[in-house]
Write a protein that binds this ligand. Sequence first.
Ligand SMILES: C[S@@+](CC[C@H](N)C(=O)[O-])C[C@H]1O[C@@H](n2cnc3c(N)ncnc32)[C@H](O)[C@@H]1O
Length: 453
Amino acid sequence: MSQARRVAFDTLRAVHESDAYANLLLPKAIERAGLSTADAGLATELTYGTLRRQGTYDAIIGIAAERSVLEIDPEVLDALRLGVHQLLATRVASHAAVNESVELARTVLGRGPAGFANAVLRRIARDTPGEWMTRVAETARSDDERLGLVYSHPVWVVRAFRRALAAEGRADELEALLSADNISPRVTMAALPGLAEVPADVRRTAYSPLGFRLGGGDPEATVTASEGRVRVQDEGSQLAALALTRFAPVRSGERWLDLCAGPGGKTAVLAAEALAHGARLEANEISPARAGLVRRAVAGIPSDIPVSEQDGRVRAEAAPGTYDRILVDAPCTGLGALRRRPEARWRKSPADVPELSSLQTGLLSAALGALAPGGVVAYVTCSPHLAETAAVVAEVRREWGAAATELSARDAVATASVGELDLPAQKDGSGRAQLWPHRHGTDAMSISLLQRV
Ligand SMILES: C[S@@+](CC[C@H](N)C(=O)[O-])C[C@H]1O[C@@H](n2cnc3c(N)ncnc32)[C@H](O)[C@@H]1O
């Protein structure tokens, strides 16, 4: 059995047994096993691909094994998932995919489970990926369930995406979105404005004036060499931070606050913009460990940025009428970043949403209270779920009445962008900007701007 497959299998087990995060665990496992670059690539593809496609693979395994996957031993199930991924989604030859997975099952679990794995995988290997997709789709009881099975998303997530796209009249893009979630994003870099230049020999990204892609090489080495002035950052995150700093010219001496700052990606952009325009930035993050990451993120920026470690609601309420610009990059389900967190879609549940919406509403409302008259808060989530985006803003606007007004975040994002963005109006009449992986190549960031009157 190849080492790459063993590393992938062990990572799948840790993700399923101990709620580990694949993107944190896998690099360490690869290093421990001393994998070559090619094998490291294979282990990563197998792990991420299997985790993303787990919903589809479980449906296929269920049909081939003629039993629910809940009745299959979890270790055997992970070996099967890994085998199905190789059979249906990679160029690994069928016999190798079956033999390697059966050997894995035999080494880890013994002869009996290996025989079962062998029978199930041979059955799956008999038909093409297209035939299996048709068979899986036929088991669905609704269109959303069909899309969930075919594109490997929980059905509640499919529904949330459908509604969010329909809110801007683009429900017909649902399949493109689900499909985009199953592809690893390319690494995007940001050159902090005024502190680093976009290198001349790289490809710029389409929208952010800070964004570019490396032709090759290790992104982290570039970050280190630049002392953090060049960073790895999704282009949507760059635009969200710039929407706040560039929707209107900055007056020297403005006070800014980043209320939920960890791990500090957007703080670094805000800090560079503040430095360039004579504004003063403060940051806050409830988790001490993540507050440490924020301090590290701004360490290479020559200005003093105090970082507090409080509940953002308490932090904001303690400073009424103080700030000119506040970023609330709120804790959320993260449904907009499923491309980069392969197991995330299986970890969240609809039950998480009401608690998050209530926290988001509290943070946004408290931030409005901390604004000086005329000050603006950017409310940002890396989730497009309407309960975390439009509904939160609507609730806070109801609470604040005439004391708060909404600005057009779509105009602000378009102003910050160097390329033309396809940002349709929201049917609710709000100024909310929604970015999408399938349309913009970014995480699905939602951005709203509220001004204290
Ligand atoms: C979406 S992340 C922010 C990402 C960050 N702005 C960046 O670009 O790197 C949300 C952050 O809010 C923090 N958080 C959660 N609850 C909070 C609260 N009540 N007050 C302040 N921060 C909170 C989380 O620990 C998390 O670091």
